[in-house]
Ligand binder design. Sequence first.
Ligand SMILES: [Zn+2]
Length: 290
Amino acid sequence: MPELPEVETVRRGLEPVVAGRRLQRVEILDSRLVRPFAPVEVALELEGELVSRLDRRGKYLIFRFESGRVLLVHLRMTGSFVHAPAGSLPDDPYRRAVLTLDNESVVAYRDVRRFGTWLLLEPGELDPYLAERLGDEPFSEAFTPRVLAERLQGRRAPVKAVLLDQRSLAGMGNIYADEALWRARVHPLRPAGELTKGEVGRVHAGIRAALELGIARSGATLSDYRTANGERGAMQDEFEAYGREGEPCSRCGRPISKIRAAGRGTWFCARCQPSSPRRSAPARKRSDSS
Ligand SMILES: [Zn+2]
């Protein structure tokens, strides 16, 4: 499932293609994509809209139109976009929509599992819609270690579950949560509210480092995900924990373990990420205090 780095990679590939372009013709070939609305009606509403920008928030892509409306796209499991010159699209039984731009090139949307969604929002509707569903953006200035500590505070759920909760933190999924916790040297089942200040700081740094590497490698391609140019990502070659059961930890050599956490397959190093935090020596009381 595309997570923040995969969606950001799609955004970076697609933005120069669509920005400043008018949607000349829109075909929506699958009613699931826009339900409960009728595909023909949504397509008609989109035709003529001028794309001013392509943004991302969490795992959502946001086509911003000059009119103030937005098309909010979630790729879910297997959604992807590909850009092509007019008339050059191969047959594809999984094509769900086609945008024809005013330079005659086309942007096709493909989705094998059909969980992806397109939602056309009127001016002013986007912010409340996202505010209800998404927490902090991991790369925003507002997302500090202190803010992360507030999100974790008082929660008995495993820290991994909190990282996966989009209302706490937007954009993380199973891959990057495991990669972030490996970097932080924090066990995925640790109760979120029990992390020390130092651990929270390491988780914060681990989240950003894992996501940054994911973006730098154009995301991870495990099955269907492709960049907007149809290429595979390379993050799967950089995994330290995710999917590496039995392979040596690159930090300590111990084989990576697999458990279930937050209902998901979870990979971690049992030596680097102990289930109870190693107590550092308590700060010695000054005996000479007066
Ligand atoms: Zn290790």
